[in-house]
Design a protein around this ligand. Structure first.
Ligand code: ATP
Ligand code: MG
Length: 260
């Protein structure tokens, strides 16, 4: 199987992209897949809290600016987490200066950055033989997210049961993903637990989502206080292997392997 590039995106912020993509990467690596997780959320990078350690590596920003090579950016965390498969991570620069710089980049820079992302993707898939390259992105229609999405084989858009989020997700499906001809799947996250909403309410919500988004819903993940309160320094699936959230992500990891 040729490796897959998957972008995790959303209309609104805070829907769960980072926590889902981080834990999926960790699950695949522990199952023996070769995974590279990249922080393409250049406006609000957040993978550094989990993976920073004592590395003196360059950032994805340096790579996109043409200041370093791919090997200078990629952090190997396979040993740290004792995974069967390779577990690589690329971090973005979270300093206020770097974020300010990203906001002011022009079209010409974005085009160069796009070419560099294409090279990065090809190196990871063809030379470093990654099974999965997982991209954490910024919400909305920032250029850096569009660049990441345009390089992905599949887009997972993560939505919560909120009318304005579902509506907005419908908009980006039509205006962005479809114009880029991307394969799109929906992940509904933070779904209220069964004892909070009734079966009827839940069916009604799902019907609305299906009618508005008109794309397959890959999975529903419930809202758990333990996840909300978890520390980003550790990886939830590793510290809570029996938790329902972890089990949902294991199921998701299986479903993804069935997508051609
Ligand atoms: N299923 C869930 N149950 C409870 N809390 C969750 C769940 N999924 C995510 N969260 C919590 O929601 C918050 C936002 O999650 P996360 O940072 O992963 O979202 P995001 O989409 O990456 O946000 P941003 O758009 O700001 O990058 C975090 O506190 C996270 O722990
Ligand atoms: Mg995030």
């Amino acid at each position: 199987m040729r490796g897959k590039v998957i972008a995790f995106h959303s209309f609104k912020g805070g829907t769960g992209k980072t926590i889902i993509v981080t834990n999926l990467a960790a699950i695949y690596a522990s199952k023996g897949k070769n995974v590279c997780l990249l922080d393409m959320d250049l406006r609000a990078p957040s993978l550094g809290i989990t993976f920073k350690g004592d590395t003196d590596k360059n950032t994805i920003n340096d790579l996109l600016n043409g200041h370093c090579k791919i090997k200078d950016v990629i952090i190997d965390v396979q040993q740290k987490y004792a995974t069967k498969g390779r577990f690589l991570v690329g971090l973005a620069d979270h300093s206020p200066k770097a974020i300010q710089e990203i906001i002011t980049k022009d079209r010409k820079w974005e085009m160069k950055a796009l070419q560099r992302i294409i090279t990065l993707k090809n190196t990871l898939i063809n030379e470093m033989e990654m099974d999965y390259v997982l991209l954490d992105t910024s919400p909305g229609v920032q250029y850096s997210s569009i660049n990441a999405i345009s390089n992905a084989d599949i887009v997972f858009t993560i939505s919560i049961f909120d009318e304005s989020d579902i509506d907005g997700t419908g908009g980006i499906i039509q205006n962005i993903y479809e114009s880029l001809e991307k394969k799109v799947y929906i992940i509904m996250n933070k779904v209220p637990l069964d004892f909070i909403i009734s079966e009827d309410e839940r069916r009604g919500l799902l019907k609305t989502v299906k009618a508005t988004l008109n794309k397959p819903i890959l999975t529903l993940i419930h809202c758990y206080c333990e996840v909300q309160q978890s520390k980003r320094r550790s990886i939830f699936a590793y510290t809570n292997p029996q938790h329902h959230f972890t089990k949902s992500l294991y199921e998701l990891s299986e479903r993804i392997t069935e997508i051609n």
